[in-house]
Design a protein around this ligand. Structure first.
Ligand SMILES: [Zn+2]
Length: 141
């Protein structure tokens, strides 16, 4: 993970670059994201707030929430209920959660997952009926 290039993208003020940097943060593994300098997080937050692009606000906001949680020492899973852009199988591949149960309902699979870090459990309803898949996370512990 090239932290310098991610920071440059965040600071560019260009919504395409910020979008790309946001996904870099969202997709980073625990190991990769742990290299993110805490002192830069408030700059990232400010830069994202200045962006005039409402269409991708949820992606920018999710990246900022992930960084906020790291800054405050809060588990990543606390941002799941406020975002619909994290999918359980992708989060499992990134080693943040484990899927305990999957109900393979066509277009609308449902999952029970637990957070590897803190053990919190979530019920997740995923939907593939929109132009991108989204998921609703609900804490069940
Ligand atoms: Zn957790």
């Amino acid at each position: 993970m090239d932290i310098e290039s991610i920071l440059q993208k965040f600071m560019s003020g260009d919504s395409h670059l910020v979008w790309s940097a946001s996904w870099d943060v969202i997709k980073a593994s625990k190991q990769e994201i742990s290299e993110f300098p805490l002192t830069k997080i408030s700059d990232v937050r400010n830069s994202v707030q200045m962006l005039n692009d409402e269409s991708n606000r949820d992606i920018y906001q999710l990246a900022v929430s992930i960084l906020d949680n790291i800054e405050q020492g809060i588990c990543r899973c606390n941002c799941y209920p406020s975002s619909q852009r994290l999918l359980p199988e992708e989060e499992q591949e990134r080693n943040f959660i484990s899927i305990e149960k999957k109900e393979d309902i066509p277009w609308e699979p449902e999952f029970v997952c637990s957070c590897i870090e803190c053990g919190k459990k979530y019920f997740v309803h995923e939907s593939h009926s929109y132009h991108y898949p989204w998921a609703e996370w609900r804490n069940i512990t």
